[in-house]
Design a protein around this ligand. Structure first.
Ligand code: XBP
Ligand code: MG
Length: 258
């Protein structure tokens, strides 16, 4: 039985609920700055989230929603500039007012570090967004907790492609049977699964609770706190209300024994 050695974390929707009140707001601010009257409502944004990656999402919006807009000759450069402005807005939003980590995330990260588990990030979002979230929610040294931060355009194909997980594991020199992935979405799950991971813990959120999580080892509403125990939506029963390191080891064993 391969031992659990490393935890690989998705960021958006998993470490923090960043989409509705973070990324979406930042996109809208960048649109307004550029003189565009595009308004990504929480509902529209739910549909746009089917496409991972901010630049890819803007392109999908143009194709699907056809806003009144004369596309510039260099559409790629236009989208890249708009997206760079969005990233600046997003970083500012994380500084003020900030976005909280999801329940149990900080506790689990600290427990995992104390237990000697290796930590890494595998996400679709822009690297600067990851460091801004870690810095603002966990402190200036938190970036160094993660051995590898695999993010954004570092690989050509974003989730649901497996590339970002494969890249992270290659960098760490570790095989999938020693890793457990944390995800929140169907696209993230497929990415982890197709990278060869079998231990996959999903915590759903309002945008993802109806996704197909076939292949996840366990699906929870959240990681659990003393006040609010985690609820199992699919998978084996939890012996306690909070996901901790022994629970992760049991989930890993369940996945690979199965
Ligand atoms: C996250 C994303 C990202 C963010 C926005 O998906 O799809 O595009 O929404 O970040 P996942 P950027 O949680 O599966 O990694 O604008 O920097 O792309
Ligand atoms: Mg996610």
């Amino acid at each position: 039985m391969p031992q659990l050695e490393a935890l690989l974390f998705d960021v958006d929707g998993t470490l923090a609920d960043t989409e509705r009140d973070g990324h979406r707001v930042a996109f809208n601010r960048a649109f307004a700055d550029a003189g565009l009257d595009w308004d990504w409502t929480p509902e529209i944004y739910g549909d746009l989230l089917s496409v991972t990656g901010g630049k890819e999402r803007i392109r999908y919006f143009l194709q699907k929603y056809h806003p009144p807009f004369e596309p510039p000759a260099d559409l790629d450069a236009f989208i890249a500039d708009l997206h760079a402005a969005k990233t600046e807005h997003y970083e500012r939003l994380l500084e003020d007012p900030g976005l909280p980590l999801r329940p149990g995330v900080e506790r689990l990260l600290r427990e995992a570090r104390d237990a000697g588990l290796r930590l890494a990030i595998a996400t679709t979002t822009t690297p600067a967004n990851v460091t801004a979230l870690l810095r603002n929610s966990l402190g200036p040294e938190a970036e160094s907790w993660f051995e590898v931060i695999a993010a954004g355009d570092i690989v050509p194909a974003k989730k649901p492609a497996p590339d970002i997980y494969l890249w992270a594991m290659e960098r760490m020199g570790i095989s999938p049977n020693r890793c457990l992935a944390f995800e929140d979405s169907g696209n993230g799950l497929v990415s982890a699964r197709d990278a060869g991971l079998k231990s996959i813990l999903v915590t759903v959120n309002d945008y993802t609770r109806d996704h197909d999580f076939t292949g996840a080892t366990i699906v929870l509403d959240q990681l659990g706190t003393p006040e609010r125990p985690a609820r199992v939506l699919a998978g084996p029963p939890l012996v306690k209300g909070q996901v901790d390191v022994p629970v992760l080891k049991a989930i890993h064993e369940h996945a690979w024994r199965g």
